[in-house]
Design a protein around this ligand. Structure first.
Ligand code: FAD
Ligand code: NAP
Length: 338
């Protein structure tokens, strides 16, 4: 729980931005966190909680303190006829947690294999991939109020989960530290394989009988074939959200752009594939200096080496402008900007 000063955050964010934090400390337990939250050096300045740093873009040095969540531990806290209730410390690595659940036969998060980051950040934007979002299997979380150290339990309703959204990304941003999350995982799997290329991948792998393991392996294989590994090429995954537009706007766009990629939503809205919109504006594979747009997925902005956060941000600004002027759709950033 040693507080360090003027520390480079390069190793703590997957964009590899070499910005500095005025103060930096990590905590392994809620007791350590509570001690830190009482120290004047921490309380009198801005505070940023960090997990794996895979959904942040640092555009400048961070004033105040960065606290890295290292709370570990996975336990089965309850079970009934249908479900296991599995509680994990916020500092557990998300992918390791998924694979642990797969090995134990706890079903529901196998489609979320290989998403970088920590368990504690998973509710922040209701992480999702391949037709599954954590809200589908979420039971509750424990969060500590940054100002008064009070601990609260949030249910799924309290979290107000939406598409890559929750209260923690909005009205409670910088208000709570998520300390642990409890998931409600099924004893009997309901496989979700109709999304994206999962079925084809399972065929390619000659899987005869579905299992949690085979679905996770298929998802991992697809992701590895398409997405840049942050260890090799700095990035924070999808930089923008897929925009949702009213049916009327969708139909008029479809008339002008017949190959528009869109998915109808239950509320008669249409979700557009932001990657397609960006690609149509000519950005796929674009590179200016070390800031670029990934050559296989235009939704992912990348740092080829020495790009600054400000350069990546500027690129995102230009992308938003060109998509707005071509399609009349304003992209929203998914990555948290600091
Ligand atoms: P960080 O980047 O450390 O933090 C993100 C935000 O949450 C920050 O604002 C931070 O202050 C806050 N925060 C973090 N931990 C806590 C806590 N314990 N308490 C309170 N606030 C906290 N996302 C998806 O949804 N689906 C995907 O398929 C997906 N694929 C990705 C692929 C790649 C290659 C990459 C690089 C990213 C991808 N992401 C994806 C984005 C990212 O991995 C997730 O959003 C992940 O949950 C972020 O976790 P983290 O621990 O790295 O969060
Ligand atoms: P993809 O399979 O090429 O699909 C492109 C987009 O179309 C996706 O964003 C997805 O939306 C949507 N889509 C595809 N099939 C769909 C269906 N059957 N019903 C509704 N929407 C559908 O996308 P990809 O880039 O390779 O990513 C695959 C999955 O991993 C996606 O779910 C994506 O969200 C997730 N992912 C997320 C991040 C991140 O940082 N957030 C990074 C990499 C991958 P959705 O995004 O809404 O699913």
């Amino acid at each position: 729980m040693n507080i360090q000063n003027n520390i480079s955050l390069r190793a703590y964010n997957t964009f590899h931005m070499d910005v500095r934090a005025e103060h930096f400390a990590s905590f392994d337990s809620t007791d350590e966190l509570l001690s830190l939250l009482q120290m004047p050096i921490i309380t009198q300045q801005p505070l940023l909680i960090l997990g794996g740093g895979s959904n942040v873009l640092f555009t400048r040095d961070v004033a105040g303190s960065v606290l890295k969540n290292n709370i570990k531990g996975i336990e089965k806290v309850d079970e009934d006829d249908q479900y296991y209730f599995i509680k994990a410390g916020a500092g557990e690595n998300w992918h390791s947690f998924v694979m642990y659940c797969v090995e134990q036969g706890y079903a529901g998060i196998e489609n979320l294999a290989l998403i970088p980051g920590s368990v504690g950040a998973s509710p922040m934007q209701n992480i999702g991939a391949y037709g599954v979002e954590i809200k589908d299997v979420f039971h509750s979380l424990e969060a500590i109020h940054i100002k008064d150290g009070h601990s609260s339990i949030f249910t799924a309703n309290d979290c107000e989960f939406g598409y890559r959204e929750s209260v923690f990304k909005n009205k409670y941003k910088k208000t709570y530290v998520i300390a642990s999350v409890t998931y409600r995982l099924a004893k009997k799997p309901s496989f979700v394989i109709s999304y994206g290329a999962i079925e084809q991948q399972l065929e390619k792998m000659q899987v005869k009988e579905l299992s949690l393991h085979s679905v996770a392996q298929a998802v991992m294989a697809i992701r590895q074939s398409k997405l840049p590994d942050p260890l090799v090429l700095g990035n924070a995954g999808s930089f923008f959200k897929n925009p949702t537009i009213p049916a009327e706007q969708y139909h008029s766009l479809k008339e002008n752009f017949s190959s528009l990629v869109a998915y109808e939503q239950p509320n008669s809205q249409f979700k557009l594939a932001a990657g397609w919109l960006i690609e149509q504006c000519g950005w796929k594979g674009f590179r200016k200096g070390d800031a670029g747009c990934h050559s296989q997925q235009a939704l992912v902005l990348v740092n080829h080496g020495k790009a600054t956060g400000a350069q990546i941000y500027q690129l995102s600004e230009e992308i938003i402008q060109s998509v707005t002027s071509k399609f009349g759709v304003v992209l929203e950033r998914e990555v948290n900007i600091y």
